[in-house]
Design a protein around this ligand. Sequence first.
Ligand code: GLA
Ligand code: ZN
Length: 693
Amino acid sequence: MTNYTTNVTPSWTAMLHGADYNPEQWRHRPDILEEDIRLMKLAKCNVMSVGIFSWVALEPEEGVYTFEWLDQVLDRFAANGIQAFLATPSGARPAWMSAKYPEVLRVEKNRVRNLHGFRHNHCFTSPVYRQKVTEMNTLLAERYSDHPAVIGWHISNEYGGECHCDYCQEAYRNWLKVKYNNDLEQLNRAWWTTFWSHTYTDWSQVESPAPHGETQVHGMNLDWRRFVTDQTVDFCRHEVEPLRKTERLLPVTTNFMEFFEGLNYWKFADLLDILSWDSYPTWHDHDGDTMQAAKIAMMHDIVRSIKQQPFLLMESTPSLTNWQPISKNKRPGMHLLSSLQAVAHGSDSVQYFQWRKSQGSSEKLHGAVVDHVGHEHTRVFRDVQDVGDALERLQSVRGSHVQAEVAVIFDWENRWAVKDSQGPRNSGIGYEDTVLNFYRAFWERGIAVDVIDMEQDLSKYKVVVAPMLYMVREGVGERFERFVENGGTLLSTYWSGIVNETDLCFLGGFPGPLRNVLGIWSEEIDGLHENDRNRLIATDGNKLELQGEYEVRDLCDLIHLEHAEALAVYGDDFYAGRPALTVNQFGQGEAYYIAARTTDHFISDLIEQITTKAGVTRTLSTPLPENVTAHARARAQGNDEFVFIQNYSNELKSVTLDNQSYADLIAGTELPTNSTVELEPYGIRILKRDLIR
Ligand code: GLA
Ligand code: ZN
């Protein structure tokens, strides 16, 4: 397997601003294609993603290629200073291909092959589809890798989904043979198949999960999901191969989706030069509540953390989408705020879906920079211009990085496993929300966070939070121990340390490999009904100076202290008085265990105490008003730090700065020490200060 870890350095030097552009939909309207260029410049857009769904426009018949229209588009870009991410068109294929080679179409879980239609409907194993992709990508690479407008490859579009055809079954079995050393006995043991007599006696009996077949072997479900990720990465690698054969190498990316469960994005890290994702916040579902802002911030932080480098916001909407239950317009200020939130968390671009609304089909009413009216005199166009203006003033931010002292673990495999666990709460185990609740406590304090999987190096962090780490893979317990021993602060919760990599429960006491560092044994867990409540009562004189009591719900772990001490106990039920919050001194550091699901209020108080104790830096040392947060980027070399103060409320807010002096990068003004800055409703201020190292 080729290893592509040598990153191709991007050639662009400006912050990028642009959109998905579909000129193939307007080839019958050359006047519109001309007008687009004028409007792009007016909107201060400097990059377009083209070719994403252009396969039939590029190859109308098998082996007959019509690249001329794309030549013209790219030439016109080059002549006008507009750059392009050129897409490989595999996200949707021509009808002639599906008709001639039905194997390119996906087979669903129920083992029925799809008809032609929709998009993202291909088999990622099919030799014919792979061959067709190679032919197309080779031609694109040969023709355009030197084109002055082209700055990078946009591979396919939002990879996702799975295929259960015979090719995929075969590939799955081969993948398993590699993993289990060609030894069926190893597989049977790892999956605990003696249960219900599910033991395989021949490799040919192994099949992917099916609603009318096998779904109850949890280890098998997990391995299938791992295989789907690996096969998708392999397909992506196959797409990238011809693009790496040209003399001029361009960076490659593929656009990820928000918290998309189907693919473990960490596995793309080595293959892609730069990561990008598509962000569609549903602001209005969360009016008056910052959960949406925190959730989007968390996804930005995941994408940044995967490669520990700046990323691209590949898509977002300049106004509204057309797939949310209700499409409410962005309120004034929201577009700039939501765009620059991405920049605050490490994006070097703001890009949209889409440049111009299509005239027909399913996305004709999806927001775009250019509406059906066709001119620039719209509120949305002006909002886009404002972002363009802002990005011009933020050029110096490009390439700077977020330095986090805190890591929150959000692990894709754990997510798959815990949701499939069939344990104390089948009505919703709440993994994502639990992680987000912890994340938000840091976010609202303006504390930078990396969001990582359980394999990452922990040594650079002061605090690591591992909520609901149900699965603990080999070596992780030891790495947590080393982290705490060396002075780190670890926080874990109920329903951690239950199973290993193939979903076999740890024998000898939960939380398995985390038991030593946490200093507790979890004997039972109580699943509470929706209306059941218990209480967590702070013990007198506890080390964290927590006071009073807090409500708990959903899940209560019944633990025994081994080396740890209790900081709080349960208030009710037959386990009243038993530990509910503990800390274990371990080497130079401390490991906390939260035994029950608590309110946000408790998490907030706990994080306040723990971050203060651990000396975690906040972006601003002065207090932040409610619904206002601040995040920063800085360069590894150089003395500038860029501070983004964001107001997620519909009210005017003000923030008093500390005793450093600041410069407002958008307003172009200087702010003397201890200045107070005003923030409009949904307002954002971007300030520069000297970096104190
Ligand atoms: C995704 C796709 C785009 C478009 C948008 C609509 O992000 O990549 O092609 O369908 O959604 O919001
Ligand atoms: Zn297939």
